[in-house]
Design a protein around this ligand. Structure first.
Ligand SMILES: Cc1cc2nc3c(=O)[nH]c(=O)nc-3n(C[C@H](O)[C@H](O)[C@H](O)COP(=O)(O)OP(=O)(O)OC[C@H]3O[C@@H](n4cnc5c(N)ncnc54)[C@H](O)[C@@H]3O)c2cc1C
Length: 122
């Protein structure tokens, strides 16, 4: 049996950017505040177009851990660095918009091609 460490984080807003490595932790412990039915069959966390976890009011997720369905990407976005980075930037902008009582903007991924992705890993 694997060791499971449960960490309770009390916060007004939570933004998860924990990659795929800790799936068993998030899944098995059913993290406080995460709805049980927000996991996909591969244990990503379902989010809406503004990266908010489905069924939650104050938990957001970006990058590999997050599963967002869009008209362009009905099976979710590719698990690559560009998606994680652009979702992070988008979420930061949307937090600012929310504070300013502006409507948050829907995220959509623009594929920059493999060359741009590889440049990130140099
Ligand atoms: C071998 C390999 C090659 C790849 N090559 C490419 C490539 O060429 N181009 C490309 O675009 N993408 C590539 N990817 C994919 C890319 O690495 C990921 O899509 C991207 O890193 C996802 O970013 P993320 O922030 O969602 O997660 P991660 O980069 O996995 O970051 C999550 C971070 O959260 C930390 N963390 C986890 N749990 C906790 C916790 N409880 N408390 C604190 N910290 C925690 C982890 O330690 C980690 O640092 C590759 C991936 C792999 C595995």
């Amino acid at each position: 049996m694997s060791d499971i460490i449960i960490v309770l984080i009390y916060s007004g807003i939570t933004a998860l950017a924990i990659g795929l490595g800790v799936i068993p932790l998030t899944y098995e412990s059913n993290m406080e505040g995460l709805p049980a039915d927000c996991f996909t069959h591969v244990n990503q966390i379902k989010i809406n177009r503004i990266n908010k976890v489905l069924g939650s009011e104050n938990i957001f997720a970006i990058g590999d851990i997050a599963f967002m369905e869009t008209p362009k990407y009905v099976k979710g976005h590719p698990q690559d660095a560009n998606v994680a980075i652009t979702q992070g930037k988008y979420l930061a902008k949307n937090f600012k918009r929310i504070i300013q009582w502006k409507v948050p903007l829907d995220y959509e991924y623009r594929d920059l091609g493999s060359r741009a992705s590889r440049a990130f890993f140099r």
